[in-house]
Ligand binder design. Structure first.
Ligand SMILES: *[C@@H]1O[C@H](CO)[C@@H](O)[C@H](O)[C@H]1NC(C)=O
Ligand SMILES: *[C@@H]1O[C@H](CO)[C@@H](O)[C@H](O)[C@H]1NC(C)=O
Ligand SMILES: *[C@@H]1O[C@H](CO)[C@@H](O)[C@H](O)[C@H]1NC(C)=O
Ligand SMILES: *[C@@H]1O[C@H](CO)[C@@H](O)[C@H](O)[C@H]1NC(C)=O
Ligand SMILES: *[C@@H]1O[C@H](CO)[C@@H](O)[C@H](O)[C@H]1NC(C)=O
Ligand SMILES: *[C@@H]1O[C@H](CO)[C@@H](O)[C@H](O)[C@H]1NC(C)=O
Ligand SMILES: *[C@@H]1O[C@H](CO)[C@@H](O)[C@H](O)[C@H]1NC(C)=O
Ligand SMILES: *[C@@H]1O[C@H](CO)[C@@H](O)[C@H](O)[C@H]1NC(C)=O
Ligand SMILES: *[C@@H]1O[C@H](CO)[C@@H](O)[C@H](O)[C@H]1NC(C)=O
Length: 464
């Protein structure tokens, strides 16, 4: 200003300047910032110029309520014991206050002052804890506890949860106060392992905070209940795939494989295993109740038994159970064995008949049944079992190749064949035992096992 035209205008200008100064000395900005316990947060000193543009004599201070944390003068930092204890730091060039490893008690008012500016930030802290340290077995239900702390009245929170596949999960609110929300998630499955997100929302003050948390669910990659159909004398491999490697489960656990012929029967421990925190699966064979092997070469993290020539009476429930910190999870394979027989065994004389029997070791589910049919035969040669029937008999008077199929959901799961030959008219027929499983049938067994099929190898010429 060169000069003032009149005293009055000079006075007015001075007054205006004074007023502006007063106003600016009261310039206060209010901010809200959210943070998550265990995480870090950077509080802005909003509006401040970077170091290079800040005049040399600017003094910047950070306070927590009235406690001075640090004072920055001519680019020298003067840190208080509270600053050092709190593990704070200052980020150049905008002199933001950086806080790490947040705690609920870090909530409150943080003030940055420079020149005549005052930036007041209310830090709102959330803390999410998950039961059992986030380590679950399949079928367990985790509990989440969300806590909040702030200098202002605590808002009513809306909580949404998203599983590791980003599907929304509706939690069951167990108990709630403004400070603490307790929710139960749903029963976990092995494939729920991964990063989940808790989305916290409030309208006033406006808060949108995502908190992610890790969930590990130790379990089996098998379906909950597997049913396996096999033909007698075939080679059967039963496998349970643990997901411990897939989810990088780093804690030790143990387990065992049990066999029970019937629901009511005693369980026999076939093997036990242990998986150390860092290491390979170790197994010990515990039973010799029947012949089975533990294959040497098999996929990692797999419990497996091989029954080289399965007997009809080896059917039943094979249950693999794992144990971690006194808690248990299991997966079961129900083994159903099928056999065929004939009475008399044959051959079939002209005008005579014989009974073919097809039998399964356990009742079939409602969507499955047995069916006898003659290959290249007529519709008259087809007979199906009724629901829950474990045995299907046909009286036949026609020779040829007879097949018994186990059909589930219109799909042939396994088949056994019986070759019925005709006898010589003089009655001195050679014995044709084709179809007697232990004599002339060979076994073809798929690893997956549901499509095992016994095939007739020795096929004899029909005499007539
Ligand atoms: C803090 O300041 C930086 C840089 O100006 C900006 O990008 C960021 O969004 C600010 N953070 C908050 C929480 O206001
Ligand atoms: C909440 O924060 C205040 C400081 O603002 C602190 O005194 C209090 O202990 C905190 N509450 C909890 C539960 O940590
Ligand atoms: C909810 O929590 C409060 C305080 O922690 C407790 O007094 C109350 O019994 C709990 N209610 C239920 C249903 O768990
Ligand atoms: C929070 O998480 C949800 C679900 O994963 C996502 O849709 C949303 O974009 C996230 N919001 C923020 C601010 O990251
Ligand atoms: C199996 O159980 C026995 C005790 O019955 C134990 O000594 C052994 O270490 C177990 N084996 C494994 C592989 O866990
Ligand atoms: C199963 O049957 C076979 C003969 O078919 C017999 O040798 C074996 O002892 C039986 N096993 C069991 C466990 O009953
Ligand atoms: C089967 O043969 C027996 C005698 O060998 C006879 O009594 C019976 O009627 C025959 N059944 C059929 C269905 O042909
Ligand atoms: C069924 O018929 C086909 C075609 O006619 C023939 O090739 C096959 O050998 C017959 N099978 C039996 C078991 O008769
Ligand atoms: C088969 O024949 C026998 C006697 O020959 C008879 O006892 C039996 O009931 C018959 N079975 C069927 C399914 O017809």
């Amino acid at each position: 200003m060169e000069s003032c035209g009149t005293a009055v205008s000079c006075m007015a200008a001075a007054f205006l300047l004074l007023l502006l100064g007063l106003l600016s000395s009261m310039a206060q900005q209010n901010e809200l910032q959210t943070g998550v316990a265990g995480g870090e947060v950077t509080l802005n000193c909003t509006g401040i110029l970077p170091d290079s543009k800040l005049s040399q004599d600017t003094v910047v201070t950070w306070k927590y309520y009235d406690t001075l944390l640090c004072r920055i003068e001519k680019r020298n930092y003067w840190k208080t014991p509270a600053f050092i204890r709190g593990g704070f730091d200052i980020k150049a060039p905008y002199k933001q206050l950086w806080m790490q490893n947040l705690k609920l008690s870090d909530a409150g008012i943080y003030t940055c002052e420079y020149s005549s500016h005052k930036v007041r930030t209310s830090l709102h802290v959330f803390k999410l804890t998950i039961s059992l340290d986030g380590h679950f077995l399949q079928n367990e239900v985790p509990e989440l506890i969300l806590m909040q702390n702030s200098s202002s009245p605590l808002p009513d929170l809306n909580i949404a949860l998203f599983d590791s596949n980003n599907n929304r999960v509706t939690p069951e609110l167990q108990n709630k106060s403004r400070q603490k929300y307790i929710v139960n998630l749903r029963k976990l499955e092995a494939m729920d392992s991964g990063t989940w997100v808790c989305q916290v929302h409030s309208d006033s003050p406006l808060i949108k905070q995502n908190i992610s948390f890790a969930v590990k669910v130790l379990g089996f990659q098998n379906p909950v209940l597997e049913r396996k159909y096999v033909t007698v004398d075939s080679t059967v491999i039963l496998s349970w795939h643990l997901n411990s490697q897939k989810i990088r489960w780093r804690k030790g656990f143990t387990g065992q494989l049990n066999w029970k012929q019937q629901e009511s029967a005693n369980a026999h421990e076939l093997l036990n295993f242990s998986v150390p925190a860092q290491g390979e699966l170790l197994e010990t064979k515990k039973s010799s109740i029947f012949l089975f092997e533990i294959p040497e070469r098999k996929p990692e993290s797999t419990i497996e038994v091989r029954l080289p020539k399965v007997h009809f009476n080896h059917s039943g429930q094979y249950q693999c159970q794992l144990e971690y910190q006194g808690r248990h999870a299991q997966s079961q394979i129900e083994l159903v064995v099928m056999k065929v027989s004939a009475n008399p065994v044959g051959p079939l004389s002209r005008g005579a008949n014989m009974t073919l029997t097809c039998q399964v070791s356990r009742p079939l589910p409602p969507n499955a049944y047995l069916r006898w049919e003659r290959v290249n035969g007529t519709k008259m040669d087809i007979k199906s079992s009724k629901q829950r029937e474990v045995k299907l008999e046909v009286n036949i008077s026609a020779a040829g190749l007879w097949s018994c199929h186990l059909i589930e959901d219109s799909e042939r799961k396994i088949s056994l064949h019986y070759h019925v030959a005709t006898g010589k008219k003089d009655g001195t027929s050679k014995t044709t035992l084709a179809g007697k499983q232990d004599v002339s049938v060979s076994t073809v067994s798929g690893h997956e096992g549901t499509q095992n099929e016994q095939r007739l190898l020795s096929r004899e010429e029909l005499d007539d």
